[in-house]
Write a protein that binds this ligand. Sequence first.
Ligand code: NAP
Length: 308
Amino acid sequence: MTELRIAIVGFGKIARDQHVAAIAATPGATLSAIASRNASLPDLPHFATIEDLLEKGPPIDAVSLCTPPQVRRAQALAALAAGKHVMLEKPPGLSVGELDPLVAMAKDAKRTLFATWHSRFAPAVEPARQWLAARRIKSVHISWKEDVRVWHPGQGWIWEPGGLGVFDPGINALSILTRILPRPVFVTAADLSFPANRDAPIAANLALTDAGSLPIMAEFDFRQTGPQSWDIVAETDQGRMTLSGGGARMAVDGKVLAEEPEAEYRGLYRRFVELAATGESDVDLTPFRLVADAFMLGKRNVVEPFVE
Ligand code: NAP
């Protein structure tokens, strides 16, 4: 197998916390360069911008875009135009529509465009999908509540238009939901709380359903202090399935059926190497469309200003 030489673009929290180690642990993948305005790693070529990387950098096959969604489309465009495979952090962009031209461009160039949903690679997600497939689901409740000050310190982009606010983590729950349920779901109502001084919601309550009228409620909140929750609970004809820890553990009526060490980003890079071998793309916009619909349907409340 030829090595996939990857450059990371945007060297913030997720690049440091996950991407570097996941690339190092993935057979067939090598970290070859970094494009960052502020950061570098010892012994690796470093460029301030993706343009400099593509023009003056070492030979690379792929870029992994770890920048905020507001700047990702232009970077993906530049990388595809230069013949590189592209991995997109979630959410895949700033708007649903901007992905279509990128998908078409990747197809024409026979290059991979991979819109990642890291939470789908959490270890208990597939066991949950399989367990639910054989049951009648009566209702689903999502509780995705975290402290924005702990998990997103200094990330001003998250509060700007397109930064998604609380949907930045909430979309992870929706990526799992749309993987584990047997039928497509859609949003029927949403209640969004915007801090008076910000352009993105700090909390959101969603009602969703499917063609069989399954009741699904989702509560997203960035103001959670104390215990944090990243849980999906499904009531079924054969008990209550709880997927907790962001997809790390699955239990039925309290009995743990699946729990493995976290390895989401290794799964992502394994998949990226596989895709790049054939130039196939993987772009599922379903979770992103649900968020867009929540913004479209959302009743807006103004709440107290958020000061970090
Ligand atoms: P972050 O810590 O703010 O890092 C983003 C990096 O992108 C910055 O350090 C900066 O890197 C670069 N950047 C920011 N604004 C830019 C601009 N205008 N132009 C060019 N580069 C810019 O954010 P993050 O948490 O790593 O999140 C990045 C993406 O990963 C988001 O879409 C997020 O949803 C996703 N993600 C985050 C997490 C998490 O736990 N944090 C988990 C999964 C996915 P340089 O200073 O190096 O240029």
